[in-house]
Design a protein around this ligand. Sequence first.
Ligand code: HEM
Length: 460
Amino acid sequence: MFRENRKGKRPDGRSKILPPGPRGRLLTGNLLDYTRDHLGFLTQCAREHGDVVRLRFVNVRTYLLSHPDHIEYVLVGNNRNFIKSKGVRHSLGFLGDGLLTSEGSFWRRQRRLAQPAFHRERISVYGEVMVECAGRMISTWKGGETRRVHEDMARLTLDVVAKTLFGTLLTTEFEEVSAALTTITQRFTGRGGVLFHIPERIPTPVNLRFRRAIRQLEGIIYKIIEERRAEGEAGEDTGDLLSMLLKVRDEETGEGMSDKQLRDEVMTIFLAGHETTANALTWTWHLLARYPEVESRLLEELNKVLAGRPPAVEDLPRLRYADMVVKESMRLYPPAWAFGREALADCEIGGYHVPAGTQLVVSQWVTHRDPRYYEAPGEFRPERWAEGSVEKVPKYAYFPFGGGPRLCIGQSFAKMEAILLLATIAQQFRLRSASGERIAPQPSITLRTKNGMRMVLERR
Ligand code: HEM
């Protein structure tokens, strides 16, 4: 339970003032208001109560932080005082000790081992695969048809991750992996979201389906690892991520990754690396349909730089406007819309006391739409990222990939992928919202669309 605000300082000079926050109910605190409308509730809290807002979810003390300086303090400046939040630890337990969920020296070692596989030079070889995947998808599209664009983008980005991660080995299991991942993410798509759902050990139909999907995915991953190991040192270096992860050795100990570690990393990358980019693209199609003048400018650039040929990695520096479009789309609809940390020791943020054990939530949805940092924050204006304007945005007022040591390892991969897929598809098709389609964001692990975004395809 919270103590009432008491003004003043403690003997160690730290503040003992607790931040303001909305009234909660006796037992559940702010849980019901949050579950009713995650995005609306958090936004309202920040706008009404300020940069640090005190919330309570049943007995879990939580602060919402929306100021760029406070976000930087948690992710960068004082990052060692924070671990992943309880919500992440419980919900994403099935990822084991993968990069997203592990901590401390174990995480540091894994990050060091995995990092080379994500270096810009290394991933640039995947550009071709990305464009090929997009080309294959649009060869099945027909002008005039209506499609659920989120589904198409999710299959496309899974295809990219599967091909870049596993090479060609996954072809036969693609449908199985796709279905399993859909079942896994569905568990977090509901009122409770990532924060609250029925514990996995309780055999509800949703949980049983979830466990079955995990087992299925795990089986495929272990089979592929076994096949790759059997190929041994003599095995061909297929240049994909898995072959790199299998080869890496810790500089200090000389050890490679165990099968369980590989399983955790692969499962993590599957989950973190496809829905996020799929959502970024889905929202971009929606925004381009709503803002035809932006779409025209994008097309102009594509025609000038590519003149009708498929894009390549070498074109990226000249696809400046496409980059701004994706950047602005992730401001308005950030695929990772919020994430959390837990304070290990007492500290002070924005003049408020943060007791050890407090859960801290930072929300890209809330901060990316703050009118203090963005003029007309609800408008889709890629131009705000042009040289001369971008400098006005404070560093952590935009953080779609997080920040500090836990910054998304797939950031360069995702940016490159989003631009190449966008450029490939936009040259051939214009996407228009289907009539009567109600567009609403649905915050799950990532920020999805409620109805799958039905759109009509027009061939250019
Ligand atoms: C638009 C696409 C993407 C977005 C918006 C995104 C966002 C994020 C964010 C916000 C985090 C930090 C979470 C935290 O600090 O708690 C993160 C971490 C991570 N992401 Fe991404 N991500 C994207 C694409 C990818 C891709 C393509 C991959 C892999 C191929 C990937 C793999 C990871 C991993 C492994 C981590 C954990 C890193 C660590 O803690 O060391 N992500 N991502």
